[in-house]
Structure formats: structure tokens, C-alpha cells
Design a protein around this ligand. Sequence first.
Ligand SMILES: Nc1nc2c(c(=O)[nH]1)N=C([C@H](O)[C@H](O)COP(=O)(O)OP(=O)(O)OP(=O)(O)O)CN2
Ligand SMILES: [Zn+2]
Length: 143
Amino acid sequence: MYILKTEHSFDSAHFLAGYAGKCANIHGHRWRVEIEVQAEALVASGQLDGMVVDFGDLKRDLKTAVDHLDHALIIEQGTMREQTLQCIKEDGFAVIEFPFRPTAENFAAHFYRTMAGLGYEVKRATVYETPTNSAVYEESGVR
Ligand SMILES: Nc1nc2c(c(=O)[nH]1)N=C([C@H](O)[C@H](O)COP(=O)(O)OP(=O)(O)OP(=O)(O)O)CN2
Ligand SMILES: [Zn+2]
């Protein structure tokens, strides 16, 4: 089995609605996203001879998946009053809403599925919320 890994980071703000502690307040992280893709065999001819996929393509696609989250306020849908949200947006701030709580675990699953949806055979997605805290998402079984 061959496994390739690449990573990309984004800097954004979030909060955990309903969390009893400091993370309920708006705060920022540099999220580091690692994606691992796998293959049993390498491509055997042409441009991709000897590769699983081209690192250039993998890096580009992960960057696209990650970059639109950079320098934004990421919130879980329904956790901020409509009026507040409207004011923040009218004042020109970038707000991105997700149907899930913006935890490292949920982001790991989000990036796994995003990259799998692009056709990659994803082995694992890892999201670091801090340099020492990370969450991994994998799916078991044959794809
Ligand atoms: N399992 C998870 N637990 C927590 C998550 C998460 O995504 N998954 N997220 C948070 C908060 O986002 C919080 O920002 C993390 O805070 P903390 O662990 O306290 O990290 P710090 O580096 O800020 O800790 P210090 O002790 O202040 O250095 C909470 N839990
Ligand atoms: Zn946080």
C-alpha cells in the first residue's frame, strides 16, 4: 500500500455554542489539515508513472478545499441570532456557516469527504486545532 500525505492550513475564528468553558467565546486557531491518500499500486505509464497521484494536484485540491475558510468566522448554523449575523455580514466580515459544530473532529470528517468527493482514495484526514491537539477521521471497509 502506498500512502501520500500533504497539508494546508487556515487561520480563522470560531466558537463552540453550548460549550461550558472558554471555547464558547469567539477565538481563533491556525487549523492544520493533513490529507493522506492511498493506492495499492502505482500508475505505470505516462505523466503519472511511478506515482499514486501527482502531489501538485493533491496540494492544489486541498488548498482549494481549505482556503475559502481562511480569515473567516466559522459558525454552526443556528447558533447566532439572525440579527447579529446580519450585522456582522453587513459590516463586511466573512462568516461561514456549517451544519455542524466546528470541532476538529467535524472538520476532519468534512475534509475527508470533500477530498473523497473529488475522487481521491482518502485514507485519513487529520485536523490540528493547536500544535498539540488533533483529530483524525477515517472510514473503515473497502471503498
Ligand atoms: N474533542 C475536542 N475538544 C475540544 C475541541 C475540539 O475541536 N474537539 N475544541 C475546543 C476549543 O475549540 C478550544 O479552542 C480548544 O481549547 P484548548 O484545548 O483549551 O486549547 P488551548 O491551546 O487554547 O489550551 P490552553 O490550555 O489555553 O493553552 C475545546 N475542546
Ligand atoms: Zn477553538
